[in-house]
Design a protein around this ligand. Structure first.
Ligand code: TYM
Length: 371
């Protein structure tokens, strides 16, 4: 439990559930979401999870396991439930601390779906149909392209806007989704906000290095749970020997120079991974590797640095994952606080767009019905 409430938590207790208009948070508020589907890989870790951990020291951080987004692909209900615990344990093992951030499950906060519907009514279908991820996924899911795949980015916008977050740490592949959410927030404010910024227009935070980690076997494609190669995907929980093997077999490029370049996607990817794992700039890696005998040396160094980066997470994971009650307690407490913040935003949004009871009238209505 937190010793000191963060200002996100303070707002929860001050405004939670009230129908008074809430204003934008004063402190930097950070929000991100991550899907509980499949095992998390090095791309997720480098592009996103590392940033989540750092965000805890930069502002009020909220992180959401987006189980409702995961419904857009065929799934087994029991597996989905377990996957939420897998991911909770992984995030805590990676350094998320329930005393310094809110970690919660999307489906525990129904305000996300309510706001999503309202935002759907401000979003052009054509724009959603043109989005890259929709086009890619609708080709991949030839049998059933459900409407959830199309509206996925609107729910994502609602996730962030419900908290009036300023900053969204993500990998490069989420850039287009962030643009949509910014446009939807602006549209909402100009249509319904009068002179107020009812919804905060968030900024993305995409890391300079490691924003797009590539598949080790097909370095022109991003590392991905769906659609990548198994041998080219390093999972956060892979055993050290497996990580070493996958990196040793990484596809490199012709020529022996250990330098980045558009014609060297495999080597550039390895250099970026090593830079992140060693906490230095890619140019430093190039300098350090200048006297290497070839790609074999580079791969050995990248493998060692990656194993060292991921080993502490793997070490902590098993114990955390074994205690589902503790994981549920983290998610439950996070959701309760998150809901207080989102409820205040939604009360404001309802007032602005003219749905629901007029501010302050809702409890009187409930009394009348129950009498
Ligand atoms: P998801 O679960 O696919 O990915 C989680 C995060 O990992 C990043 N990422 C990568 N970064 C670098 N290299 C890669 N190869 C790589 N692959 C994935 C993603 O950019 C992401 O930040 N739509 C989101 C989930 C979401 C969300 C949100 C994110 C739902 N609501 C609100 C931010 C805010 C997604 O599918 O992430």
């Amino acid at each position: 439990m937190p010793a000191e409430p963060t200002s996100a938590q303070a707002e929860t207790s001050a405004n939670g559930g009230s129908s008074q208009p809430a204003s934008a948070p004063a402190a930097l508020r950070i929000f991100s979401g991550i899907q509980p589907t499949g095992d998390k890989h090095l791309g997720n870790y480098i592009g996103a999870i590392r940033q989540y951990v750092a965000g805890q020291d930069r502002g009020d951080a909220l992180y959401c396991i987006v189980d409702l987004h995961a419904l857009t692909v065929a799934h087994d209900p029991d597996v989905l439930r377990r996957s939420v615990y897998d991911l909770t344990a992984l995030l805590v093992a990676a350094g998320l601390d329930a005393a310094r951030c809110l970690l919660f499950r999307q489906s525990d906060v129904p305000e996300h779906t309510e706001l999503s519907w309202m935002l759907c009514c401000l979003t052009e279908v054509g724009r959603l149909q043109r989005m890259h991820q929709f086009r890619d996924k609708s080709v991949a899911q030839r049998e059933l392209v459900n409407a959830g795949v199309l509206f996925y980015p609107v729910l994502q916008a609602a996730d962030v806007l419900a908290y009036r977050a300023h900053e969204v740490p993500v990998g490069e592949d989420q850039r287009e989704h962030l643009e949509l959410m910014r446009d939807v927030a602006r549209r909402f404010n100009s249509r319904f906000g009068g002179s107020r910024e009812v919804l905060v227009v968030p900024e993305h935070r995409i890391p300079e290095v490691g924003a797009r980690i590539m598949d080790l076997q097909e370095p022109t494609r991003k590392m991905s749970t769906t659609g990548g190669t198994e041998e080219g995907t390093v999972y956060v929980l892979d055993e050290p020997a497996v990580i070493e093997r996958k990196i040793r077999r990484a596809v490199t490029d012709s020529g022996a120079g250990i330098v980045r370049g558009p014609d060297k996607p495999g080597v550039s990817n390895l250099i970026e991974i090593m830079a992140v794992a060693r906490g230095c700039a890619p140019a430093d890696v190039e300098t350090q590797m200048a006297s290497a005998r070839g790609y074999g040396d580079l791969k050995a160094a990248v493998a060692q640095a990656t194993v060292e980066m991921l080993a502490p997470i793997r070490d902590r994971y098993a114990e955390l994952r074994a205690d589902e009650r503790a994981l549920e307690a983290i998610l439950g407490a996070g959701a309760q606080r998150a809901r207080g913040i989102a409820a205040a935003t939604l009360a404001d949004v309802r007032q602005c767009i003219g749905v629901g009871a007029v501010s302050g009238a809702s409890s009187a209505t409930i009394d009348t019905v129950s009498a």
